[in-house]
Design a protein around this ligand. Structure first.
Ligand SMILES: Cc1cc2nc3c(=O)[nH]c(=O)nc-3n(C[C@H](O)[C@H](O)[C@H](O)COP(=O)(O)OP(=O)(O)OC[C@H]3O[C@@H](n4cnc5c(N)ncnc54)[C@H](O)[C@@H]3O)c2cc1C
Length: 512
């Protein structure tokens, strides 16, 4: 693969989970016209993980780039809108027992400035309302079950993400990939073939024999069949930073189908946290926890109690293991890894599919720029590693900032001596009343989250000086929270009811 090529030749994608089909459609969209042949192989004996129902606003860009409108995919995937994530129970500090991580846009700038102002005062031990929720329209949209689709009169640009059924979105992307010319094989790979130089050359399958290709994409999930097993790229565990390695998932019906909240709820539990994701037809629930602190049976029991399921309820629970960490190199020889095969950060901020997109988009750019040769592979690998590590840092901070005392799990998470230099510097500047914006901008080259997200988590969890705040001098402007609250509530009238929007979309799609 050293000579300059006209096109990437035959690409074989191994795995038909969300990562496999997202990769297939993105590559087909980018390189279809070059005559690139793309084949996706998946095993019906192994199946897909079938969880992963939350996303980040990057997913919106994914569909936009492919030219697929919300109405053309959401009804098929029981999709709903997501305005942000709410975190109840992570902090016990009075006034900060729950906080909201909003999605925001340039339209939020005046409110963000107001939030910064109060937060800075509070950080300097002065009395000021600094809970981010108050200042972000997105919080009110989520709470009042609105869709983030303003009428033109609102003069507001909302950013948002989605919730969807993990299996249905795979089916949808499959149909669209096949329409773009992607070949599909259902078979199980038994052996991976390599050349004498160590490149991959093909895969032996149960029914189709040897399938050869020029380039391979490993989307085989946690088994990491090509890059982990055949190419033996080392895996860097995040276990020291993130304790959770198990999950138990259980769907429930909507308590009140008429009210469709447009947010993910991530509630702290005794040994981890529980997600609640509203889809059009049901609610996705799950408990992410640490097997060092809790066994499967107790986790399921705690989740059932959290969901208030009656004793005679027989909803089936799915127990899952999570391999948390990342590969040392995502692109090795003639193989790229995407999805769970490349790594996974526990799903607290629903970032896995965002990293899938980042990986595939960056790969296309680098590979294409270098004339479809591996030049730039090292730079690509460093970039993907930075994305992984920076998302890990942000997720880690949720645990580091917790103030719960109820179990050894939370105490250990707070006292965790492992922290990256990036997080150490952020906490140092913040705790000493320094200029965090400058510090975050200094680190911006290797940051996945914006300064506002960092401020929201630090202020939202009430990480302020312990001594009681003083009254500010009269000439110091403090924002009265009633102002932004009132303005946001006023804005709500320009946003439609979430349930009505998704039901209308479905009715239109079905031609009702
Ligand atoms: C508890 C939990 C919650 C999550 N929540 C979120 C979330 O909210 N948001 C988010 O973005 N992500 C989330 N994720 C991650 C998300 O589920 C995955 O990133 C996503 O589903 C992609 O998975 P995948 O395609 O990499 O792997 P899989 O879905 O596991 O697919 C693997 C594929 O490889 C194939 N395969 C494996 N071995 C062979 C073989 N020998 N021969 C042929 N084919 C083979 C399988 O048949 C399958 O098609 C979550 C993950 C977990 C564990």
């Amino acid at each position: 693969m050293n000579e300059r090529r006209e096109n990437p030749g035959h690409i074989l994608i191994v795995g038909g989970g969300t990562a496999g089909w997202m990769t297939a459609i993105t590559l087909a969209h980018a390189w279809h016209a070059l005559g690139t042949k793309i084949t996706l192989i998946e095993s019906d004996a192994i199946g897909i993980i079938g969880v992963g129902e939350g996303s980040t606003p990057k997913m919106r860009r994914f569909f936009q780039k492919l030219g697929i409108a919300d109405k053309d995919w959401m009804p098929q995937c029981n999709g709903t809108y997501k305005c942000g994530i709410r975190f109840p129970g992570w902090s016990t500090r009075p006034g900060y027992e729950s906080y909201y991580h909003p999605f925001f846009s340039m339209s939020d700038d005046p409110f963000i400035r107001a939030f910064y102002q109060n937060m800075t005062l509070r950080q300097r031990s002065l009395e000021a309302h600094a809970l981010p929720d108050t200042f972000f329209l997105s919080n009110y949209l989520a709470k009042h079950a609105r869709a983030p689709l303003p009428t033109p009169a609102a003069n507001y640009l909302a950013d948002y993400a989605y919730h969807f059924d993990a299996r249905l979105i795979g089916d949808l992307l499959k149909q669209k990939s096949l329409a773009l010319g992607v070949h599909h094989l259902v078979d199980t790979i038994t052996t991976v073939r390599q050349t004498e130089q160590g490149d991959l050359s093909g895969v032996e399958t149960t029914h189709h024999g040897l399938v050869e290709a020029d380039f391979f994409v490993d989307c085989s999930g946690f088994s990491s069949l090509l890059i982990g097993k055949a190419l033996a790229v080392p895996f860097k565990s995040y276990k020291d930073f993130l304790f959770n390695d198990r999950a138990v998932a259980m769907p429930t019906p909507h308590a009140d189908p008429a009210v469709l909240r447009s947010e993910t709820l991530s509630s702290a539990m005794k040994f981890g946290w529980a997600w609640k994701i509203p889809l059009t037809n049901r609610v996705g629930n799950g408990y992410v926890y640490s097997s060092d602190h809790l066994d499967e049976e107790s986790a399921e029991r705690e989740l059932r109690a959290h969901l208030k399921l009656p004793a005679d309820d027989h909803t089936e629970a799915r127990h899952l293991k999570m391999r948390v960490g990342r590969l040392e190199r995502t692109w090795e020889k003639n193989c790229l890894a995407v999805g769970l095969a490349q790594g996974f950060i526990e799903p607290l901020e629903a970032t896995a599919l965002m990293i899938v997109q980042d990986t595939v988009e960056n790969f296309i750019e680098r590979y294409q720029e270098a004339g479809f040769t591996p030049t730039g592979r090292a730079a690509f690998n460093s970039k993907i590693n930075l994305i992984f590590d920076s998302v890990k840092d942000y997720v880690y901070l949720h645990y580091k900032l917790n103030t719960r005392q109820d179990t050894a799990y939370w105490v250990a998470a707070r006292a965790n001596p492992h922290l990256s230099s990036s997080v150490a510097e952020i906490l140092d500047v913040w705790d000493n009343g320094g200029d965090l914006l400058t510090e975050i901008n200094r680190q911006s080259e290797h940051m996945s989250y914006s300064p506002t997200s960092w401020f929201c988590i630090l202020a939202g969890m009430g990480r302020f000086p312990r001594k009681p705040p003083r009254k500010p001098r009269r000439d110091i402007p403090v924002i009265d929270p009633a102002g932004p609250r009132q303005s946001c509530l006023e804005m709500l009238k320009h946003f439609p009811d979430h349930r009505t929007v998704v039901d209308d979309m479905r009715a239109n799609a079905l031609g009702l």
